[in-house]
Write a protein that binds this ligand. Structure first.
Ligand code: ADP
Ligand code: GLC
Length: 473
């Protein structure tokens, strides 16, 4: 079986968030003697593309509205990713030093059209086309409706919603950018008077998945305007919990961290990494270290950090380290808080892959007070590195973290998204930290949890098979 993943991001080539981690891992876990899982992504101008070699495998031009754009398909020379990868290069449109910006409609449409045009030339079409997020949301529509892609009508496609907050809306005035289709079906593109690629994908894909079972349930009542659509399409929707790539995220071999360790030498390992962080960020090693890694946006509950941190800082029982960037109204107060709080709180505003690994390894607790969390990978990375997650019980966080008050519980969970509930959760963590025996037992317990992609990669294969060979009742 040949599976083609189409995505805007893929680790380690281009990463903005968890989408990259998923697309950089799932194909690796799907590949076997009988399955060949490959990725098609845009060719960006970034560190990875600047420092690697690529080979042209195909070139042609696409029609985007009235404009003809040249494109090439490139592949990676000396590929050690564990799966085949192909890049769509449309020099005039896609090849930019960013992944997302205000020109996404044209860029991702060009990407999808070039990818499908190229696949149309294959001797054998793929068995499954798996699209990810709204940047590839018009693919299921084009496969079903565009005259030029008629050959794909029998090829099952599946669409994964990584985050329903972002839908890729654009005006009907741009409908001419989409390759010619039967205009009687233009309604498939519409949701609320705009072209909505996410809604279109939910309508047209053979199967729709999202990245945790709880998020799938939550979407029926909170999907940024798509609630009724998701309810009416519920029969083809399923939540499949993401996994993590345990070869990349392995504290025993992780090249980014200061001290490698396993559960056998966890005390030495974690203390070496904590010491590195405390030295680098001038924090008190003797206090429990609370960290946050992520986008500084409302979804992540990051707007509540300035007030929550003020209380935690006043109590003087903890050290706090934050890594992230995002909206200025959240970022600025977090930066202002740095003044006068040296030694207790520090923040690295920006994106730093190596530092994130060091924080998973060196922190005692990881904060994730998300308002919305379709899956969340950070908590699973934290668990693998023996760092106890403090999460709001929502979406994938609810599906992966069990509160210490429950039997075999190992995390700290809270229900509310308020400053007092975050502070209260931190105080519960500090109490746990003072009971060092219990705290260390939990660290060992969480490092042994298996969140690798093994199970879910197979669930996807089973889903593909059910689409290829439906059981007629
Ligand atoms: P989301 O995709 O919603 O941002 P996830 O939890 O699925 O959240 O994945 C976030 C990924 O991005 C993780 O691999 C996390 O370590 C990484 N990450 C987020 N912010 C940063 C940052 N500022 N620096 C380095 N890595 C980051
Ligand atoms: C999205 C979600 C996040 C999820 C990731 C990977 O970015 O916000 O919760 O883990 O996709 O599926």
């Amino acid at each position: 079986m040949t599976i083609i993943h189409i995505s805007a991001e893929c680790y380690p080539i281009a990463k903005v968030g968890g989408l990259a981690d998923v697309v950089g891992a799932l194909p690796k876990y799907q590949n076997s003697s009988k399955i060949s899982s490959k990725v098609i992504m845009p060719f960006y101008d970034n560190k990875f593309t600047q420092s690697n070699k690529f080979e042209k495998v195909y070139s042609d031009s696409i029609l985007l509205g009235n404009d003809r754009e040249d494109f090439s398909i490139l592949t990676l020379v000396n590929n050690t990713l564990g799966f085949d990868i192909f890049f769509v290069d449309v020099p005039s449109l896609i090849f930019k030093d960013y992944v997302y910006s205000s020109d996404d409609t044209e860029r991702f449409l060009a990407f999808q059209i070039a990818a499908l045009d190229w696949m149309s030339t294959w001797k054998k079409l793929p068995d499954i086309i798996h699209c990810h997020d709204h940047h590839t949301g018009l693919t299921p529509f084009m496969l079903q409706e565009s005259n030029k892609y008629e050959a794909f009508r029998e090829v099952p496609n599946i669409f994964t919603i990584h985050n329903a907050q972002y839908q890729g809306w654009f005006s009907h005035e741009k409908v001419g950018l989409i390759p010619e289709f039967n205009f009687d079906n233009v309604g498939l593109l519409d949701w609320g008077g705009q072209i909505n690629p996410l809604a279109t994908a939910i309508k047209c894909a053979w199967s729709v998945t999202t990245v945790s079972p709880s998020y799938m349930e939550e979407l029926k009542s909170a999907a940024n305007g798509l609630e009724s659509l998701l309810s009416s399409e519920a029969s083809k929707c399923i939540g499949v919990l993401n996994g993590i790539d345990v070869t990349v995220w392995n504290p025993e071999t992780d090249p980014f961290i200061e001290t490698n360790y396993s559960s056998k030498n966890i005390i030495k390992g974690k203390s070496g990494n904590k010491k590195y962080l405390c030295d680098r960020f001038n924090l008190d090693y003797n206090k429990p270290l609370f960290a946050f890694i992520g986008r500084l946006v409302l979804e992540k509950g990051a707007d509540l950090f300035p007030e929550s941190f003020k209380t935690i800082i006043e109590d003087k029982n903890a050290s706090i380290l934050l890594l992230g960037s995002g909206s200025e109204d959240i970022q600025n107060p977090l930066t202002e808080l740095l003044a006068n709080n040296e030694g207790i709180y520090n923040a690295f505003i920006g994106y730093d892959e190596a530092l994130s690994h060091n924080i998973y390894a060196g922190a005692d607790f990881l904060l994730m007070p998300s308002r919305v969390e379709p899956c969340g990978l950070n908590q699973m990375y934290a668990l693998r590195y023996g760092t106890i997650p403090i999460v709001r019980s929502i979406g994938g966080l609810k599906d992966t973290v069990k509160d210490i008050s429950e039997k075999n519980g190992f995390g700290i969970c809270h229900q509310e998204i308020t400053v007092p509930s975050i502070v209260n959760a931190v105080n519960r963590a500090i109490e746990l930290y003072t009971d060092q025996k219990k705290y260390k037992n939990i660290q060992k317990q969480i490092m042994a949890l298996d969140h690798s992609w093994n199970n879910s990669a197979q669930t996807y294969i089973n889903l593909y098979n059910s689409l290829k060979h439906p059981i007629n009742d």
